[in-house]
Design a protein. Structure first.
Lengths: 477, 331
């Protein structure tokens, strides 16, 4: 099994040039793979899968009661990014997060950007993730989005674009670390000399970011991770992060509000909680402030937060900038707050809320990707070139009925990377989700999660839609 | 114990994780001892599988599903029945569920082993041969349980969570050792004539064996005698499956959690456990025999249940907060 028959088929390939030569940064890996004895690559793939399974890096299979779990599919061939390609990604993400944070703060205070007519008030206020309850909130140190996982894609021309800003509860960072651990054992001879930038300090940086949010008077803050519970599909990650930060993992029922503080119920009575890394959406956080039917949250939590006696990460309300119609304005947002041009471009986006742009979308459904502004996980989307006439007609109706809920984008031909398919290598489309922490300064985890659409030709990389993942190496060169 | 307490739900899950692993091990011991007993009995007295079901207290459930109490049915019921909450399979499923919810609080090695243990049982349930010769499987269950106990010992900090794990394991074991002794009494009921016969000795040896106690017993008492055996399994201070050993060490762990001094109790759980331990300390085998073994064991099990309830109330139950109960920072 080697790369002699591997074809890039006209796509931008992460490891190969169009003429079939490996890229400089991938050469060591490809040479090594080509030199392995027959069957060895498959053997390593299998043993990586076994390792992941035994580490329990699994997700629940819904709808079955056999307690069966599957591993998130993992392909051992890493995706390699050169330091030269990485530098503008890192700079671009820092710039973008800084601007989006200023934007969120502005929206919930003076709304200058609206008054200056850069973005229409109606577009903001009509967003399903706009939380009027957050107006006037002052999160500690002015930071709203402490943890972000921005989705990037690479087009035919090799350029990276921002596809989505995940500012609420982005997941996947635990896979980055577990994938790395497994891959170090899989290709030790390539890993060492490649000088891959490490990802292992993420939990430490995360803890530091969280501790910094504690009320000033607190000397050694009590940080907890708040999970919806063991049946949540990202539970593994919640547990992973708590474990690697050495803090308690709690559910809503473990917390209680009393006398203006949040407490955790412990074997020695009630213990004050200072910082909550919550992996529960705004809606479910506090039944007294948001959805009254939420069983997952903590009644009274928002009141304590408002009074500065507990910190929440991310701050409630960040979803306002995580709306795909607002995303379309990111370049203007960056320009407005920082006076700079965006380093990382957006994918051109037509906001259906605007009549002219809507007409363009409706007239070009066949070539566009249409997305619902608030869905994630690859749901609620139409991929024009892969769709049937009936699907397009039904989507057109949906767009006309609720234009604010949709955007259209040209279909990007996502870059590809080789994956193991039976006894050969084939190219599959990938994206990239780097993770950004906003604490004292803004830090970007080198690399991030490469998600791969394992189905041939598919452009949907989400794990709920048959996607898998790869380790992502940022290497010098 | 230093520290400021752990999340109650987490403590409870660790406690139950260990209880369920220990329970699975003891069910395996149960089935195994019965199989031994049967093999040594005269042909006409074999097929004594019904007492195994009786001692569980779930006869009605068994009869509804299986009818006849033969070896295959009883094994299916006690080892693999997914509907029956106290089958080995169900215990492992619960142990694993509990471990899964506290993965950040236990070591990765513990989670990995509990998960593997569960997978092993699940796979065994799908092989047909296990119903005819279960010995190998039962042995494997015991070994996995020992492995997890060992892994817990050497990979997890001996912190509060560890003490809850130890408490769960030892209280479960104390209960099950008392039940293994009790099985012998159930077995005797249909044929009291065996008392003093070779079969009787064989049976007692099997009881000891099922508690992995035969060799250790011999080092202490050499000759097999029913009274001595009961004494060993109830009152020995050094044998880790003996009731007294279990209680003393569970008590020690509980005191580590609460940081209380011997002779003092700070909550209902300590009161219940220390009192029961003290009673065992100040009882001898003569009194047990006089009162009737079954009576004694029955009463012990009820008291032990009460200890379990007190642990739940004291450390795990989520009650409405009273201002006086709040521990401000620094206290």
């Amino acid at each position: 099994m080697d790369f002699s028959k591997y074809q890039t088929e006209g796509f931008y390939d992460e490891l190969f040039h169009a003429d079939g030569r490996p890229r400089q940064t991938a050469k060591l890996l490809i040479d090594r793979l080509n030199s392995l004895p027959e069957g060895e690559i498959m053997r390593r793939q299998k043993s990586a899968e076994v390792a992941l399974y035994q580490m329990g890096i699994t997700f629940n299979v819904y709808g079955g009661d056999s307690g069966e779990e599957k591993i998130f599919p993992f392909d051992i061939i890493p995706r390699i990014i050169s330091a030269a390609d990485w530098a503008p990604i890192e700079a671009g993400l820092k710039q973008r997060i800084q601007a989006l944070n200023l934007f969120i703060d502005d929206i919930f205070h003076d709304g200058k950007i609206i008054k200056d007519k850069v973005i229409p008030a109606e577009l903001i206020q009509s967003g399903a993730s706009f939380r009027p309850e957050c107006v006037g909130l002052n999160p500690p140190r002015g930071v709203w989005c402490h943890i972000t996982g921005t989705d990037l894609i690479r087009d035919k021309d090799g350029r990276f674009y921002v596809l989505e800003d995940n500012l609420r509860c982005p997941s996947g960072v635990s896979y980055v670390m577990e994938n790395r651990e497994v891959l170090k054992n899989t290709f030790p001879k390539v890993f060492g000399p490649s000088q891959v930038r490490p990802v292992e300090d993420y939990p430490n940086n995360l803890l530091h970011t969280l501790e910094r949010l504690a009320p000033d008077a607190v000397e050694s803050p009590n940080v907890v991770v708040l999970t919806p519970g063991v049946y949540n599909s990202a539970y593994f990650e919640h547990s992973f992060l708590a474990r690697n930060m050495g803090v308690d993992l709690v559910e809503g029922r473990d917390l209680v509000v009393q006398d203006g503080f949040v407490y955790a119920r412990t074997t020695r009575g009630y213990k004050t909680v200072d910082v909550i890394y919550r992996r529960i959406d705004d809606d479910f956080l506090d039944p007294l402030a948001f959805r009254p039917d939420s069983m997952l949250g903590v009644p009274g939590l928002m009141e304590v937060y408002r009074n500065g006696r507990v910190a929440l990460a991310n701050a409630p309300g960040t979803g306002v900038a995580d709306d795909k119609a607002v995303y379309a304005y990111a370049p203007q947002i960056i320009k407005y707050y920082l006076g700079e041009d965006a380093i990382l471009p957006n994918v051109p986006t037509y906001v259906c809320w605007d009549e002219k742009e809507r007409d363009h979308v409706l007239a070009n459904l066949e070539s566009l990707v249409v997305k619902s502004v608030n869905e994630s996980g690859g749901y609620g989307m139409l991929i024009g070139p892969h769709s049937t006439a009936a699907e397009r007609a039904s989507f057109a109706e949906k767009i006309k009925a609720a234009p604010r809920n949709f955007i259209g984008q040209p279909t990007i031909s996502l870059s590809r990377a080789p994956v193991i398919v039976d006894d050969r290598f084939e190219g599959r489309h990938v994206d990239l989700r780097p993770y950004i922490l906003y604490g004292e300064d803004i830090r970007v985890l080198p690399g991030g999660l490469t998600r791969v659409a394992l189905k041939k030709g598919s452009l949907v990389v989400n794990s709920s839609q048959g996607g898998g993942s790869k380790d992502t190496w940022v290497v010098e060169g | 114990m230093n520290g400021s307490g752990m999340i109650s739900r987490v403590a409870e899950s660790i406690y139950w994780m260990s209880r369920y692993v220990e329970r699975a091990e003891n069910i395996a011991r149960f089935i195994d001892v019965n199989q031994y007993l049967n093999l040594d009995l005269p042909m006409e007295d074999q097929m004594q599988w019904r007492p195994m079901v009786e001692v569980t207290g779930d006869v009605a459930l068994f009869e509804r599903t299986y009818g006849e109490a033969n070896m295959a049915n009883v094994i299916r019921f006690l080892a693999f029945d997914q509907e029956y909450a106290n089958s080995i399979y169900s215990c492992l499923k619960m142990a694993r569920e509990n471990a899964r919810t506290v993965r950040e609080a236990i070591s990765s090695e513990m989670w990995t082993q509990v998960n593997k243990f569960y997978q092993m049982v699940r796979q065994a349930s799908e092989t047909e041969t296990v119903y005819e010769s279960p010995h190998e499987f039962l042995d494997e269950v015991k070994q996995w349980s020992h492995l997890i106990t060992g892994v817990t010992e050497v990979t997890m900090s001996h912190n509060e969570g560890w003490h809850f794990s130890r408490m769960g394991r030892l209280l479960e074991r104390a209960d099950k050792t008392s039940r293994i002794l009790d099985v012998k009494y159930f077995m005797l009921l249909p044929s009291a004539d065996y008392v003093g016969m070779p079969y009787d000795n064989i049976q007692w040896a099997a009881v000891l064996k099922s508690a992995s106690a035969l060799e250790m017993y011999r080092k202490t008492y050499r000759r097999l005698s029913p009274q001595r055996i009961a004494e060993f399994l109830i009152f020995d201070r050094q044998f880790p499956r003996a009731i007294r050993y279990c209680l003393a060490n569970a008590e020690e762990s509980m005191r580590m959690v609460t940081s209380s001094q011997p002779g003092v109790f700070l909550n209902e759980a300590e009161k219940a456990l220390s009192r029961l331990r003290a009673e065992i300390d100040y009882t001898d085998i003569g009194e047990v025999t006089m009162a009737g073994m079954h009576q004694f064991l029955d009463n012990f099990q009820a008291r032990l249940n009460a200890v379990g309830e007190a642990i739940f109330e004291t450390y795990f139950a989520l009650r409405p907060l009273r201002p006086a109960a709040i521990n401000r920072r620094g206290s």
